[in-house]
Design a protein around this ligand. Structure first.
Ligand code: SF4
Ligand code: SF3
Length: 550
């Protein structure tokens, strides 16, 4: 076995990638990612204690969220970035330890290896990364491993959302505190399966906090998303395509491309930027180009202009467009130009992307027309009367939350078919790139309410929760599970994991998760999730529809 990773839905054979990632991640990179997580755990052993003594952890907070985010599926493929981060992390760990001891902090008699090992060269890092002290399989008990990995992936997703909020100047110390404590819990061999289930629920609680923080950051900075018709065709100017989830990058790109003759288009998870009032005002912001992340190979080729990747999902870059891909933030890909972070309050400098765009042909049209979106909580609550009326009159019988991720697997056609076969008196609530499986179908409307309500990015699943809680309140129900809402969620990477755990924490039952259940859930852990939350997988569309509508 050259590596072991089973953190995403497309893991090899549904059990784990052992030679090379299905995502394109080579074994040496996968091992370095494991080592960076190991370093983060080591840092957390000290910083979680140092925090109690009031030691300043500004640098640590950012280091941890960046590092965790970098190890998310399809975020960073550049080994050099991991070498740098591991080196930086070891130095930071020792710095915090010193400050902690200086302030009178006490250390336990025995510390785990992640808190004490050290190395100085890339070769030593690679050696450690390959050793059997590091990585998922170091936890022998299958159920504890399963829960500790579930916790780790939830924390990774949480870190990603926290990083976006951070970029907009929004932070919450309780989230940083939980991230550290959660990482420390994964090193604690005395924890029982029950303890670990408790940790996963606590993770859900802070997942809600992180999504709420990001919602606040996005909406206070850019306004509340509005119902919008988004153009999916092209214009005749050169363009820049921006993908990922980072709205701060979006803002700075739009500002810097103003009056340059260069248009801006969104791809994948950046589509919801089209719903924000602050971005709609730019006349050169044309709309959305293409579909979910996994189609980027063919779509980037046809776009003709430069592409800016602000977060996941970047996939192995093809020669036909590799000169036009730029990365920024935590994204990395060997050989691509990386736009450096903001310094001293200055914006990022996208001038080289704009310069390149001016030399490029306009994008090739791959589709035309419009899609509709912008149904985040604030907007939906303004039309709550209409929705409640439709529910009470029976015009809307049931809502289906179909949020989450899209992916390459053929079996995901299930979601298109499911959306098509849903009865006319049902409405889909969505968020995340899962929507691309049905957001271009003509599913009609119910009394002026479209049958697909897109709240935004995967983090905007938070909006769906706010909407559900509001409906519960208006309808005077005691329990969120009494609402006429079914959950048929698609997952791929670790942001969907935090969304799932957050829903469980909020008490949502009967969630169906597909296209396959996570490989990292052991049979016993699945049993616990079934017993406590009645979680299920998906099967045949017709059968599932019968089950959901029964
Ligand atoms: Fe395999 Fe997914 Fe891990 Fe990539 S992220 S190595 S595809 S499990
Ligand atoms: Fe999609 Fe990668 Fe998860 Fe933000 S962009 S949802 S898969």
């Amino acid at each position: 076995m050259d590596m072991f990773c089973f953190q995403c839905q497309e893991t090899a054979r549904g059990t784990g990638c052992t030679k090379k990632g299905v995502c394109g991640k080579e074994a040496d990179l996968a091992n370095l990612q494991d080592l960076l997580i190991y370093v983060c755990k080591g840092i957390s052993i000290y910083s979680s204690q140092a925090r109690k003594l009031g030691i300043d952890l500004t640098k640590t907070n950012k280091f941890l969220i960046d590092s965790l985010f970098m190890t998310i599926t399809n975020a960073n493929f550049d080994k050099e970035d991991f070498f740098k981060k591991i080196e930086e992390g070891l130095a930071l760990r020792d710095e915090i330890k010193e400050k902690y001891l200086k302030k009178g902090g006490k250390l336990p008699e025995t510390l785990p290896d992640c808190a004490i090992w050290t190395a100085n060269s890339k070769g030593e890092f690679e050696e450690k990364a390959l050793s059997d002290e590091v990585g998922v399989l170091t936890i022998a008990d299958e159920d504890k491993r399963s829960l500790k990995e579930l916790l780790t992936y939830g924390i990774k997703g949480m870190a990603a959302y926290t990083e976006h909020a951070y970029n907009l100047g929004y932070e919450n110390d309780d989230i940083y505190d939980f991230i550290e404590k959660g990482l420390v819990a994964t090193t604690d061999e005395s924890l029982t399966v029950d303890d670990l289930v408790g940790w996963v629920m606590e993770c859900g609680k802070f997942g809600v906090e992180a999504m709420s923080l990001l919602d606040k950051a996005n909406t206070e900075t850019y306004g509340h998303p509005e119902i919008s018709r988004v153009n999916i065709g092209v214009r005749n100017n050169p363009g820049i395509l921006i993908s990922g989830h980072d709205l701060k990058d979006m803002e700075e790109l739009l500002e810097q491309t103003k009056d340059t003759g260069v248009d801006v288009y969104t791809h994948g998870e950046m589509l919801p930027a089209n719903y924000y009032p602050a971005f709609k005002k730019y006349p050169h912001f044309v709309g959305n180009y293409g579909n979910a992340w996994w189609k980027q190979n063919e779509e980037f080729e046809k776009f003709n202009g430069p592409i800016l990747m602000t977060t996941n999902c970047i996939i192995p870059v093809k020669d036909s467009y590799k000169d036009r891909v730029f990365t920024t933030g935590i994204v990395g890909y060997p050989g691509m130009v990386h736009i450096p972070d903001r310094k001293d309050g200055q914006d990022k400098d996208f001038s080289q992307i704009i310069k390149m765009a001016k030399t490029c042909q306009p994008p090739e049209e791959i589709e035309s027309g419009e899609i509709i979106g912008g149904f985040a909580h604030n907007q939906v609550i303004t039309i709550a009367d209409k929705i409640i009326e439709a529910v009470q009159s029976g015009a809307i019988k049931r809502f289906f939350v179909m949020a989450g991720c899209d992916g390459r697997m053929k079996s995901r056609n299930y979601y298109t078919e499911f959306a098509q076969k849903l009865p006319q008196d049902t409405v889909i609530l969505t968020a995340g790139c899962a929507k691309y499986r049905y957001n271009k179908l003509d599913l009609g409307e119910i009394g002026g309410i479209p049958r697909v309500l897109d709240a935004g990015q995967c983090n905007d699943s938070y909006s769906l929760v706010v909407i559900a809680l509001k409906l519960r309140e208006i309808l005077g129900l005691d329990d969120i599970n009494q609402l006429p809402i079914s959950y048929n969620i698609a997952w791929y990477e670790q942001k969907a994991v935090i969304v799932l755990i957050a829903l469980l924490y909020l008490g949502v039952k009967n969630i169906h998760l597909g296209p396959t259940l996570p490989a990292f859930l052991s049979p016993n852990v699945i049993k616990v999730l079934v017993e406590q939350f009645n979680i299920g997988g998906i099967g045949d569309v017709e059968e599932d529809l019968k089950m959901f509508l029964a």
